[in-house]
Design a protein around this ligand. Structure first.
Ligand code: NDP
Length: 446
């Protein structure tokens, strides 16, 4: 670590002593962009780096609601309005028991560079609550989301801050959130993305993050004259991102052999084909079931209780569950077993030590801020359609998404090429940073 980075990070730690994930996310960016800042006196004079790590606004609020047993429950709600240099704050809402201000600040910080990479006019934000929708009735989820939106609605708006889904916030939650916003604001507008198709949603939004991560892997593989076809693929998670990653890998002729949830993983040597995937989607989205049920349903499948899928040999891996799910040992195991391409559907799924393993091995490693930008990119396309009162075809949205992922890949290559190898971490961080830094510079000290 250079002296400049060390000093900068010491200050981050002093100001945010309990925020370990935020520290981790900032360090990863600062290490790569510090030389760019050092080479630009205007960035230094206007303290771009010092400003970019401070959220423009942090909102925290009480969310009281009543459960089915008529007992009062209290959760904590947050919205981190991180950076509006490129457009309205944009980023998902996460409902999960592990949510803290630290989690959301790291996610909001990552979102700055990701959203910049999409090339669409959106700023960065993130929000959520420590409410866990698991094992809650529809009625309880509605009671909670209505209470959550009763405070959030005064801070958001189609030109101000446009939330979307993330872990624990799918179609059901988005519907309830939008309904309550509409009721309170007395307006039907594009204030949330990920809406249903009949009421302002965009086709391909549910698919976008998973499809995008596969498109990004395809671009990385193409630099070595290779493709997804015939590859053995591991995927973690079994939620939104994981499901559509499997769908696109299957479409392109790869074989996905794993899925997981927070209880364990399944290993299906024969591959999770379209029929099995449809069963998983029904299990997870309609019955809110657990992934171990897959092993009961499909014979010849192993259930690995309490385990992540990274011990299973593969060519390509798509971490699609949660942050820090690949530790240093997992990364070493993946590389030792022949994995040569990792495309991150999840946000910050690899710890710093694991990233170093991938970079030292010079595999094709696409960090989340580049590889999973497809979701927010199509959210931005949803905002465009809402503003224009138009509804684009599936083909058009998928084509736009594909082109955006190609452009992101190209930007990473431009800023991350090191001799005959591409350091996508360097490329993504620098390309994402420059655009936001230049906008902040132009907009003065705000
Ligand atoms: P979902 O809630 O749909 O699915 C999350 C999946 O991850 C579930 O299978 C869940 O299992 C699993 N999971 C959660 N916590 C853990 C854990 N501690 N260990 C192992 N597995 C866990 O969320 P998404 O698919 O939307 O999001 C997945 C990741 O992708 C997140 O990192 C998110 O930030 C990122 N992302 C999502 C985007 C989107 O458009 N949805 C956009 C960009 C990034 P369980 O049911 O047991 O909790």
């Amino acid at each position: 670590m250079s002296e400049d980075v060390k000093n900068f990070m010491e200050n981050i730690q002093k100001k945010n002593p309990t925020e370990v994930k935020f520290y981790q996310a900032v360090k990863e960016v600062v290490e790569w962009v510090m030389p760019v800042v050092k080479a630009n006196s205007a960035y230094q004079k206007t303290k771009i780096l010092e400003r970019i790590v401070e959220p423009e606004r942090v909102i925290q609020f009480r969310v009281p609601w009543m459960d089915d047993a008529r007992e009062v429950q209290i959760n904590r709600g947050f919205r981190i309005e991180m950076n509006s240099a490129l457009g309205p704050y944009k980023g998902g809402l996460r409902f999960h028991s592990s949510v803290t201000e630290d989690t959301l600040k790291f996610l909001a910080f990552e979102q700055i560079f990701k959203n910049s990479l999409t090339g669409t006019p959106i700023g960065a934000g993130k929000g959520g609550s420590d409410f866990d929708p698991k094992n809650k009735s529809d009625n309880e989820v509605m009671a909670f989301t209505q209470s959550f939106m009763s405070e959030l609605f005064r801070h958001i708006g189609p030109q101000t801050d446009v939330p979307a889904g993330d872990v624990g916030v799918g179609g059901r939650e988005i519907g309830f959130l939008f309904g309550q916003y509409k009721r309170l604001a007395n307006e039907f507008s594009g204030v949330i993305t990920g809406k249903g198709y009949g009421w302002g949603g965009s086709l391909i939004r549910p698919e976008a993050t998973g499809y995008g991560a596969v498109f990004f892997a395809q671009e990385m593989l193409a630099t070595r004259g290779d493709s997804i076809k015939g590859k053995t693929v591991t995927v973690s998670g079994s939620g939104n991102v994981a499901q559509y990653t499997v769908e696109k890998v299957n479409e392109l002729g790869g074989k996905v052999v794993t899925l997981s949830d927070s209880d364990g993983s399944i290993y299906d040597e024969n591959g999770i084909d379209a029929e099995k995937l449809a069963w998983v989607m029904d299990l997870k989205n309609n019955h809110r079931g657990r992934i171990w049920e897959y092993a009961e349903k499909f014979k010849g499948t192993k259930y690995l209780k309490g385990k992540k899928p990274w011990d299973i040999p593969c060519d390509v891996a798509f971490p699609s569950a949660i942050e820090n799910e690949i530790d240093e040992n997992d990364a070493k195991t993946l590389v030792a077993n022949g994995c040569f391409c990792v495309s991150e559907g999840a946000n910050m799924p690899t710890v710093q030590g694991g990233i170093e393993v991938f970079l030292n091995a010079k595999i094709l490693y696409g960090p989340g801020k580049a590889a999973n930008a497809g979701g927010v990119a199509v959210s931005s396309l949803e905002m465009t359609q809402n503003a224009m009162h138009l509804f684009w075809s599936r083909e058009k949205v998928e084509e736009e998404l594909h082109q955006i992922m190609k452009n992101i890949h190209e930007a990473c290559v431009q800023h991350g090429k090191v001799d005959d190898w591409i350091n996508y971490v360097k490329g993504a961080n620098i390309a994402g940073f420059i655009k936001v830094a230049d906008a902040m510079l132009a907009q003065g000290i705000v």
